[in-house]
Design a protein around this ligand. Structure first.
Ligand code: GDP
Ligand code: MG
Length: 177
């Protein structure tokens, strides 16, 4: 601990995942603590900031969160989206096997286009729809473990684990000295 002011560290974070997985809803829950069951498809600017304190390191991680503006429908994003991204959240809808397969495609695109040391979390979203679930906890967890990702089951609707994803990433960011 220290009595110095925490050092603010800016960090670019990209949200990846198929359209409809809940990327925008997770950010809205994170920063506005709201949920819209009829969340409009993302258009135009989708950049949000969110700060997470890391007390042990006396740091304040300031995430600049990039959400895709519809281009995820093309299953490939512009290189500028990945450029300099130090953190990523790959989101899938646990009620859609297809979106879980999509998550694997997004991870390989991130590994090709992104920074080699990018810190990644996997969010199995829509956990409130347990009865419609198509991807088990074990499948998600195993895939995350094999690829060195933190794994969370989230719900933008109920807020389950939403802020924890970002706390975990902030704590996993390489510490500056
Ligand atoms: P995006 O295309 O990945 O940005 O997904 P959106 O955030 O636009 O969400 C797509 C749809 O799923 C919208 O109708 C949301 O209201 C809904 N949605 C998102 N997250 C959740 C969730 O955790 N639970 C439920 N039940 N619906 C969700
Ligand atoms: Mg969106």
């Amino acid at each position: 601990a220290s009595d110095r002011q925490p050092q603010v560290i800016e960090c670019k974070l990209v949200l990846l995942g198929d359209a409809n997985a809940g990327k925008t809803s997770l950010v809205v829950r994170l920063v506005k603590n709201r949920f819209n069951a009829a969340q409009p498809a993302t258009v135009g600017a989708a950049f949000t900031q969110h700060r997470v304190p890391v007390a042990e390191a006396n740091e304040l991680i300031q995430f600049g969160i990039w959400d895709t503006a519809g281009s995820e429908r093309y299953r490939s994003l512009a290189p500028m989206y990945y450029r300099g991204a130090q953190a990523a959240v790959i989101v899938y809808d646990m009620t859609s096997k297809e979106s879980f397969e999509g998550a694997q495609m997004w991870l390989s695109e991130l590994r090709e286009q992104g920074m080699p040391n990018c810190v990644v979390a996997l969010a199995a979203n829509k956990a409130d729809l347990e009865e419609a679930r198509q991807v088990t906890t074990q499948e998600g967890q195993m895939y995350a473990r094999q690829n060195e990702m933190a794994y969370f089951e989230t719900s933008a609707q109920s807020a389950q684990n939403v802020s924890r994803v970002f706390v975990e990433l902030a704590n996993r960011m390489p510490r500056s000295l």
